[in-house]
Design a protein around this ligand. Structure first.
Ligand SMILES: *[C@@H]1O[C@H](CO)[C@@H](O)[C@H](O)[C@H]1NC(C)=O
Ligand SMILES: *[C@@H]1O[C@H](CO)[C@@H](O)[C@H](O)[C@H]1NC(C)=O
Ligand SMILES: *[C@@H]1O[C@H](CO)[C@@H](O)[C@H](O)[C@H]1NC(C)=O
Ligand SMILES: *[C@@H]1O[C@H](CO)[C@@H](O)[C@H](O)[C@H]1NC(C)=O
Ligand SMILES: *[C@@H]1O[C@H](CO)[C@@H](O)[C@H](O)[C@H]1NC(C)=O
Length: 302
């Protein structure tokens, strides 16, 4: 009798210790919160059910690279600025000052064009346009010069664009047009009748800076859905949504989702070690379950 109790206790102790360790490590997140060096916060999400449903399936992490998915392709994300609410991305297939690439369109989905459109100081430069292009005729007013820069300056300064002068046969550069996203949104490159495009962001700050030093890429400007995420975040939760109904949920831990806020307040589930993924959460839960079973077995069956 005495001996059995002591044996039981001795067997139990390490198990209880293990259980305590497993439980401590537990509030593992369901949502990854970074991709390489880029933090992934609301309204974005990498895992389905994380972030805002309006931004569902927009990002793909092929660590260490993050991609923004659009109908015209995947664009590499350079940075996300959560204060300015901007995403800077780069189209590897786009022509720049020192690389000429075959033409293709830039297309956002209807939803993307509403919730995360290119910012107003992202300029689209349409190059090598035919003289019949709508932006040289009926829609001429859609072209502008920005920060004192003209389109011809781009041809002259960039080695990759200098070859355009050959194709006109006149030794002069073909027409071009600086315009904004709404132009390429409503007219494809074929309709625009321009063979190439490039994009420049932060255009308002480029006064007096030559095309060699412009920032080539697209800056998107997103709006945060008014879904009440701040209440959830304040109580230590991560905002997500039900993958079937797309209704908002507050993810408190691997086991607990609530509709708005997490019980226990900010002190509860801390966002300290969030780096681990859903697979670990499942493994952790399985470990805890197994340990509990062992404890119960030792207590009652031995
Ligand atoms: C909580 O929500 C997330 C995201 O939708 C989901 O992956 C997870 O399975 C949910 N957990 C529970 C316990 O319902
Ligand atoms: C996301 O990236 C992974 C890994 O590179 C790839 O297998 C998957 O097809 C991509 N998903 C989408 C929707 O592009
Ligand atoms: C410029 O556009 C013309 C058609 O307008 C095309 O034939 C030519 O190949 C283009 N130039 C380059 C360098 O792609
Ligand atoms: C842009 O600047 C160029 C060169 O200074 C000028 O010829 C052109 O008319 C300007 N275009 C517009 C739309 O203001
Ligand atoms: C046209 O291109 C050729 C060869 O690249 C160059 O020598 C010439 O100066 C260019 N013409 C203009 C007007 O820039």
């Amino acid at each position: 009798m005495e001996a059995t109790s002591i044996t039981r206790l001795l067997l139990l102790l390490p198990l209880l210790l293990l259980l305590a360790v497993a439980l401590r490590a537990l509030p593992l997140p369901v949502c990854r919160n970074n991709c390489g060096p880029i933090a992934i916060n609301y309204p974005f999400g990498l895992d389905d059910g994380c972030g805002s449903p309006e931004f569902r399936r927009m990002l793909n992490c092929s660590a260490p690279d993050l991609f923004f998915l659009t109908p015209s392709g995947s664009y590499k994300v350079r940075s996300i600025d959560y204060d300015k609410q901007t995403v800077v991305m780069y189209d590897p297939g786009m022509s720049t000052c020192n690389a000429l690439q075959p033409h293709h369109d830039f297309v956002l989905s209807d939803l993307q064009a509403v919730v995360v459109p290119p910012s107003s100081d992202t300029v689209f430069a349409l190059l090598n346009c035919s003289i019949d292009s709508p932006v040289l005729n009926r829609y001429r007013s859609l072209c502008f010069n920005f920060s004192g820069h003209s389109c011809d300056e781009l041809y002259a300064a960039c080695t990759s664009f200098q070859m355009f002068n050959v194709t006109t046969g006149t030794g002069r550069f073909p027409p071009c047009c600086f315009t904004d996203f709404s132009t390429v949104k409503f007219m494809s490159m074929n309709i625009l009748d321009c063979s190439h495009y490039t994009t420049v962001y932060g255009a308002d700050d480029l006064k007096g800076i030559g095309p060699m030093d412009w920032s080539y890429g697209i800056e998107l400007s997103y709006t945060i859905p008014n879904a009440g995420c701040e209440h959830c975040a304040k109580t230590g939760g991560t905002c997500g949504y039900n993958t079937e109904t797309e209704g908002m949920i507050c993810i408190c831990s691997s086991f607990v989702n609530s509709s708005r806020v997490c019980a226990g307040g900010a002190g509860g589930s801390s966002s300290g070690d969030l780096a681990t993924g859903g697979g670990n959460a499942v493994a952790g839960a399985a470990t805890v379950f197994w340990l509990l079973l062992e404890v119960v077995r030792l207590l009652f069956l031995v």
